[in-house]
Design a protein around this ligand. Structure first.
Ligand SMILES: *[C@@H]1O[C@H](CO)[C@@H](O)[C@H](O)[C@H]1NC(C)=O
Ligand SMILES: *[C@@H]1O[C@H](CO)[C@@H](O)[C@H](O)[C@H]1NC(C)=O
Ligand SMILES: *[C@@H]1O[C@H](CO)[C@@H](O)[C@H](O)[C@H]1NC(C)=O
Ligand SMILES: *[C@@H]1O[C@H](CO)[C@@H](O)[C@H](O)[C@H]1NC(C)=O
Ligand SMILES: *[C@@H]1O[C@H](CO)[C@@H](O)[C@H](O)[C@H]1NC(C)=O
Ligand SMILES: *[C@@H]1O[C@H](CO)[C@@H](O)[C@H](O)[C@H]1NC(C)=O
Ligand SMILES: *[C@@H]1O[C@H](CO)[C@@H](O)[C@H](O)[C@H]1NC(C)=O
Ligand SMILES: *[C@@H]1O[C@H](CO)[C@@H](O)[C@H](O)[C@H]1NC(C)=O
Ligand SMILES: *[C@@H]1O[C@H](CO)[C@@H](O)[C@H](O)[C@H]1NC(C)=O
Ligand SMILES: *[C@@H]1O[C@H](CO)[C@@H](O)[C@H](O)[C@H]1NC(C)=O
Length: 511
């Protein structure tokens, strides 16, 4: 009797417990769901991921417990029917402990300070989780792939000394996150990632991403994520503490610059501003070129191609931040616009090959001359090179000036000034040997003095004639004076014209 009563009580307790637990599970699930639902409405646009302050961070958190709640006897414990918390484990301990604590109902897992050589995320034990956190440990590498249609909504792998080489890659190339279609929060902060998890960007969904503390992620990947208007909506958690690396591989110096992602300027208007280039019928094409620091902001600078457009003049009203312009194969005669049009202010590469330009004098004092890296004016109609326009520009190495196949007017000045200038700056003028003289006189650097410098030689020739003449006159004068003296001494009179000369005060000396 007492036995059956006891078992009845036990059964009752069990039923009560199960009901209680199920209730808990349900509320917990709701919580999890509502957590992620409640954060979504904040994501309205990615144009500027500055929405972060509006996001209640508590809502965007994965299941997370602090160190003081670490289980004391065991490695893992069930903190509630759906959540498991582990501390300070290695791979084998974790496997054992999870096998005991994780049940069918477990949806939340936080492992604090796991030291794992290789984390295989395809393990079935992770299959039911909606929130998975392995934080503040040391994970050698992440392998495998979360199973298809895995229900993970929040993943925290913060502070595990992970690098991109150890997440998935390099061989075989795997993308652990590829099937995380339900993921809405990924915290990969405080690692050493060098590749942006762009695979997350592919489906149309809203996602919170914390990549702070990974300083070598390329800025261009962030720009892709920020530009994606429609394909995916990314909000960066810890936005102001997220940095990216700017690869300033720009002509001659290689330097990695780390900038806050807040300095990235998304330019959506490149195509629109390209249509505004005048003359309108030129239909130039424009393309983002590279990320650069311009006026303190990281800017996707623009390259404009107006080549082969039958232009008679330089185009004007270039898109903002145009640094490259190709206007080759046109019929342009003047470079005036470079100094007159403000849209040329950032220009650094200018290609005006195969045009009809006669002079570079219009460029004197322009910003372009101070900044240019490439200035190519080959196959034009330059008559002379005004070297003073380019004065000092070649003191620094870097800029190149290309002038081949111009047929300039060569004279002695060319030989005396331009030729030495070309030879002095040959590092910056790679095609200096192909600057030609008109009238088939050959390359400027092969000019010889005697070919072009006639006038100065004639002049020196005359000098000798004049000197000779002067000597002759002097000799005649001395002979005449001597003759006069001899006549005076022998015949006693002065011959003409000495006898007509007035007496001078010094004459008594002779008498
Ligand atoms: C992830 O874990 C880190 C380190 O414990 C914690 O600071 C952060 O808030 C967690 N992030 C999320 C989204 O839960
Ligand atoms: C992390 O766990 C390892 C054992 O796996 C332990 O030696 C180490 O002290 C732990 N780190 C911290 C900060 O507790
Ligand atoms: C972090 O990972 C690198 C290899 O990626 C390893 O050499 C280094 O020892 C790790 N640091 C710690 C603190 O474990
Ligand atoms: C990242 O790597 C560098 C050197 O490779 C190391 O000094 C740094 O501590 C690492 N950072 C983290 C968070 O492991
Ligand atoms: C991006 O979205 C905004 C509205 O949110 C829209 O005005 C704009 O045209 C979109 N741009 C692209 C390239 O889809
Ligand atoms: C998203 O882009 C597609 C084309 O890629 C377009 O048809 C659709 O209208 C866009 N949706 C929104 C909300 O902008
Ligand atoms: C980031 O910092 C800037 C100023 O440095 C501030 O205006 C902005 O509100 C901050 N954004 C966030 C998300 O904290
Ligand atoms: C901009 O124009 C280029 C062609 O010049 C085209 O390939 C690209 O899709 C355009 N981008 C947008 C956003 O319209
Ligand atoms: C400039 O345009 C010409 C003609 O289209 C082309 O041959 C040349 O490769 C272009 N130069 C650069 C650097 O893009
Ligand atoms: C423009 O230049 C091309 C050669 O580059 C030439 O054939 C054409 O006649 C020129 N057109 C005008 C209007 O000068």
């Amino acid at each position: 009797m007492s036995n059956s009563a006891a078992s009845l009580v036990a059964i009752w307790c069990l039923v009560a417990l199960i009901t209680f637990n199920t209730g808990l599970i349900e509320t917990r699930m709701e919580e999890v769901d509502s957590k992620y639902k409640s954060v979504e409405p904040h994501l309205t646009s990615t144009e500027k991921p500055k929405l972060e302050p509006h996001v209640d961070l508590k809502m965007g958190k994965c299941f997370h417990m602090s160190r003081e709640h670490c289980p004391t006897e065991t490695k893992c414990k069930r903190v509630d029917p759906v959540s498991v918390f582990c501390c300070d484990v290695d791979s084998t301990r974790l496997k054992e402990a999870l096998a005991i604590t994780v049940t069918q109902n477990t949806v939340n897992l936080h492992v604090l300070n796991a030291t794992i050589e290789e984390l295989d995320v395809s393990q079935s034990i992770f299959r039911r989780l909606t929130s998975m956190a392995l934080t503040d440990g040391n994970i050698g590498r992440i392998v495998g792939q979360f199973p298809k249609y895995s229900s993970i909504a929040c993943l925290n792998i913060s502070n595990n000394n992970l690098s991109s080489a150890t997440v998935g890659g390099p061989q075989p190339v795997q993308r652990p996150f590829a099937y995380l279609f339900t993921l809405s929060v990924l915290d990969a902060s405080a690692n050493n990632l060098t590749e942006f998890p762009l695979s997350l960007m592919q489906s149309n969904r809203k996602i919170f991403l914390d990549l702070s503390g990974n300083n070598y992620l390329p800025c261009k990947h962030f720009l892709i994520a920020m530009e994606a208007n429609n394909s995916s909506l990314v909000t960066f958690l810890n936005y102001n503490r997220t940095f990216c690396a700017l690869d300033l591989l720009f002509n001659w110096f290689t330097e990695l610059q780390i900038v806050p992602i807040d300095h990235l300027r998304v330019q959506k208007e490149v195509n629109a501003s390209c249509l505004k280039i005048r003359p309108a019928e030129s239909r130039c094409s424009c393309a983002p070129d590279r990320l650069e620091l311009l006026d303190g902001a990281v800017t996707n600078v623009v390259a404009v191609d107006c080549s082969r457009r039958h232009l008679q003049q330089m185009p004007t009203n270039l898109p903002p931040n145009t640094v490259k312009l190709n206007v080759s194969y046109n019929n342009i005669t003047s470079l005036q616009a470079v100094s007159d049009d403000p849209s040329y202010e950032h220009l650094r590469n200018l290609l005006v090959d195969h045009n009809d330009i006669t002079s570079i004098v219009d460029l004197e004092g322009t910003k372009f001359i101070d900044n240019f890296m490439v200035f190519s004016i080959t196959n034009n109609k330059l008559k002379t090179i005004h070297t003073y326009v380019l004065s000092n520009r070649f003191d620094t190495t870097g800029p190149s000036f290309l002038i081949a196949n111009n047929y300039i007017h060569c004279d002695c000045n060319t030989e005396k000034v331009l030729k030495p200038w070309l030879l002095e700056n040959l590092k910056s003028i790679p095609d200096y040997k192909s600057l030609e003289c008109e009238d088939n006189m050959g390359p400027v650097v092969d000019l010889k003095e005697f070919q072009v410098c006639h006038t100065p030689r004639d002049w020196t020739d005359y000098i000798y004639y004049i000197i000779g003449l002067e000597v002759l006159v002097l000799v005649l004068l001395i002979s005449k004076v001597s003759y006069d003296y001899w006549v005076f001494k022998t015949a006693g009179y002065l011959p003409w014209p000495a006898n007509k000369m007035p007496r001078l005060p010094c004459d008594w000396l002779c008498e």
